[in-house]
Each structure stands twice: as C-alpha cells, then as structure tokens.
Write a protein that binds this ligand. Structure first.
Ligand SMILES: [Cu+2]
Length: 95
C-alpha cells in the first residue's frame, strides 16, 4: 500500500529528516518520501502490519503532526490517468 499523508509543523530540512526517520524506523514501513514543499509524506507500508494511526503516533512522538486520512492526490492517480486517456480518446474521435 502506497499512500500520501499531510504532515504538519515541518519547517526545514531537519524536520523532514526527523519525520522520515520516525516513520522509516517503524515495522511494516517499506519506504518513505517526505516532501517539505507540499508538507506531505509518501509512505509505502504493509497495511497488515501497521496502520496510518500508528504512523501518526510516531510522527507526533517526534514532535510533528500527520493526518491519518490519505491525500487524494496519491490514491487518485489511476483516476487521473483514466481522465487523461478519456480526453485523449475524445480528441482522437473529434468530440
Ligand atoms: Cu526544522
């Protein structure tokens, strides 16, 4: 499962490193990519081993905050792709 979550209270690269460390040290987390510009963390995790709530706990323990509801941008990627191809086909058929 790969999802993006909103992370709050990050101010600089050090914060990003703290948040990343807190998340990546958790069991069940395979990969973490924390983005300061978008205040988000793209997390690849095993949902049978860890929940967003548990990930949030680690982020809060590190001094930051995280939404447990995934950002739609990450989970809706396939939807966007569908829309794009629909538009492309629409153009192709002159609609
Ligand atoms: Cu900082």
């Amino acid at each position: 499962m790969k999802q993006s979550f909103a992370v709050k209270n990050m101010m600089c690269a050090m914060c990003v490193a703290h948040v990343r460390k807190a998340i990546e040290s958790l069991p069940g987390v395979k990969d973490v990519n924390v983005n300061l510009a978008s205040n988000s963390a793209l997390i690849e995790y095993d949902e049978s081993k860890i929940s967003p709530e548990q990930i949030k706990e680690a982020v809060v323990a590190a001094g930051y905050d995280m939404d447990t509801t995934p950002l739609s941008a990450a989970s809706d990627n396939s939807e966007d792709e569908k829309k794009k191809s629909k538009g492309f086909l629409g153009k192709l058929f002159g609609r």
